[in-house]
Write a protein that binds this ligand. Structure first.
Ligand SMILES: Cc1cc2nc3c(=O)[nH]c(=O)nc-3n(C[C@H](O)[C@H](O)[C@H](O)COP(=O)(O)OP(=O)(O)OC[C@H]3O[C@@H](n4cnc5c(N)ncnc54)[C@H](O)[C@@H]3O)c2cc1C
Length: 553
């Protein structure tokens, strides 16, 4: 017998209280008030224990988006660490660095703000709630409900199963939340967005999304090491030239520093380990000099959607809109998505208000979202770098040459809309990648001062999950993990996960190894769901509002 579920009906349902979802909710109310019309009933559901708990970014924010949303954002108390200060780009050799004499076009940060996204999100959530929006934290959206080709809402996650999936005494079935419009603002690689890929046709004309995993720490460093608001981006070492990625160092307020490293998941190396690349980055003499004598305070990791304009879905469907990282609104050249997330939220809000006036929420009406986007500064920005990430498929040097051509041809470059394989398809089999005497890197020695193992870092992310619940990392076939993947790829999951969720453990009878999961470590970065070469890992929302509780991230 099916479980009986409560049904809640709202006008507008937004999944995800990040910059995109909150901007949409806030603008809906404010714009309706300005127009003198009855504001719609808006509900935002958020899987984190509070808005901002799962927000992690660099972050240097371009104020273009927030200025549209809340023109006097500074007077209204937007929390920020510093205005952008001196800005530089370093090419890293193994032992030294070369500061580029100029910042490449389009990458400057003048007028931008350094902020902690989780503080920013908390502030925007307060303003959104004060405007009259209901925000439900600790409420994971589990399933996108589609009936006869129309999105009718979501089902929230059931609460109160034990590890084996049996209902406990505290069992509460998830609620069906039905809405005229459901807005997916889940951030990168959302679990409902993934369902939308198969349930709807919104991605049918998109190229494969491409991702990086970004790993960061917040440090307290001795005074005087960097100027207030100083911004440094790096490329080159420790990455080999065929791997896409680089580092960022942002001076926050007081003695705090945000430092991170992002690396492409399209690596051929089955032992590609974003956490390790970051730890190696910190041992570079030029970086070590900044951190020496400091203390690591916080940790976090998250994927970044870098595929650009051609990887974006159609932004609308019947009763559905897509915004923010869920829809790939991210500028890969600038590593910036916050302003685009906010702008996309504003566009969605205006589209919804028009639809409400007509009382029609089908694709014909909501297609106004696409028209708005195509005429917007966000489109101009994303279109100019539409081939940027793909230009680096052949490595750093060809990527830079490609970018040169793209710059002078308004983004076209040598080949437009290059078809790319999904990231997981780039991973080579262990024996092929490590042929001819090439060897995996030896285990790293962590000193607990400058470089940290994954468990120490996870501890610094304040990650908590109820232990007695089903794994929210669903493995379709353990036999593949324990046998085929071990033989073919050497179990990449034990490397790519930046939170040590996946470990290969010796079998008691000495017959080999088996996969052991520790889902309670999971920082919700989504790397596993993206990078697994067999695509048998599905990340679903956990039951308890668990996950990281980021601070200053
Ligand atoms: C390491 C790193 C560095 C970055 N640096 C910068 C930078 O310097 N400047 C910049 O502008 N951008 C930067 N970005 C990108 C920027 O953070 C994102 O583009 C931006 O946060 C996107 O906003 P969003 O609202 O779309 O998604 P998010 O900020 O990810 O918010 C999505 C929210 O939805 C919630 N959610 C997800 N799924 C569900 C579900 N099923 N049910 C309920 N809730 C759900 C999440 O918990 C989250 O709170 C960086 C990203 C990373 C990872």
């Amino acid at each position: 017998m099916g479980v009986e579920r409560d049904v809640l009906e709202v006008d507008i349902l937004i999944v995800g209280a990040g910059p995109a979802g909150l901007a949409c909710a806030y603008h809906l109310i404010k714009k309706a008030e300005q127009a003198g019309v009855e504001p719609p009933a808006v509900l935002v559901v958020e899987k984190g224990s509070h808005p901002g708990a799962h927000s992690l970014s660099g972050a240097v924010m371009d104020p273009r988006g927030i200025r549209q949303l809340i023109p006097d954002f500074v007077a209204q108390g937007m929390p920020y660490e510093s205005e952008a200060g001196p800005d530089s780009m370093w090419y890293m050799s193994e032992k030294s660095h070369f500061k580029l004499p100029i910042i490449p076009p389009g990458m400057g940060n003048e007028g931008n703000y350094i902020l902690s996204l989780n503080k920013f999100t908390g502030w925007l959530a307060e303003k959104t709630e004060a405007a009259g929006v209901e925000v439900y934290p600790g409420t994971g959206a589990f399933e996108l409900l589609v009936e006869d080709g129309r999105t009718i809402g979501i089902q929230t996650v059931d609460m109160g199963h034990d590890k084996k999936g049996e209902p406990k005494g505290s069992f509460e079935p998830g609620t069906l939340i039905k809405a005229n419009v459901t807005v997916l603002a889940e951030g990168v690689h959302g679990s409902l967005t993934k369902q939308a890929r198969s349930k709807l046709s919104i991605f049918e004309n998109s190229t494969a999304q491409a991702y990086l995993t970004g790993v960061k720490e917040v440090w307290e460093i001795p005074e005087g090491r960097l100027a207030e608001g100083e911004i440094i981006h790096t490329f080159g070492a420790p990455l080999p030239s065929h791997l896409y990625g680089g580092g960022f160092i942002y001076k926050m307020s007081g003695k705090m520093l945000s430092i991170g490293f992002a690396v492409g998941l399209n690596s051929p190396d089955p032992t590609n380990d974003p956490h390790r690349w970051f730890q190696r980055f910190k041992t570079h003499p030029s970086v070590r000099k900044i951190l020496d004598g400091g203390e690591m305070l916080h940790y976090g990791a998250k994927t970044i959607p870098e595929g650009g304009y051609y990887a974006m879905p159609r932004l609308y469907d019947h009763n559905l809109l897509m915004i923010g990282d869920s829809a790939g609104f991210l500028n890969s050249l600038r590593l910036k998505g916050i302003h685009l997330a906010i702008e996309s939220g504003i566009m969605a809000a205006e589209t919804i208000l028009e639809a409400a006036q007509k009382g029609a929420y089908g694709a014909e009406t909501l297609s106004a979202m696409q028209t708005r986007f195509e005429k917007s500064p966000a489109k101009d920005e994303l279109h100019k770098i539409r081939n940027y990430h793909q230009g680096f498929e052949g490595g750093l040097l060809s990527g830079m040459i490609n970018y040169g051509f793209q710059f002078i041809t308004g983004g076209r470059g040598l080949s437009d809309r290059k078809a790319v394989e999904p990231d997981y398809a780039h991973v080579k089999k262990f024996g092929d990648y490590f042929a001819g005497g090439k060897k995996p890197l030896p285990p790293m020695k962590f000193d607990g001062k400058l470089i940290f193992d994954k468990l120490t870092d996870v501890y610094k992310s304040n990650t908590k999950h109820e232990e007695d619940q089903p794994s929210h990392l669903v493995i379709a076939d353990y036999d593949i993990c324990n046998n085929r993947c071990t033989e073919e790829y050497g179990n990449p999951c034990q490397y790519f996960c930046p939170a040590q969720v996946y470990e290969m453990i010796e079998n008691e009878d000495g017959s080999g190894t088996h996969l052991q999961l520790t889902p309670s470590n999971c920082v919700h970065c989504k790397t596993c769901d993206i990078a697994d070469p067999y695509q048998i890992i599905t990340w679903v929302v956990p039951e308890d509002g668990g996950g990281p509780n980021y601070e200053n991230c």
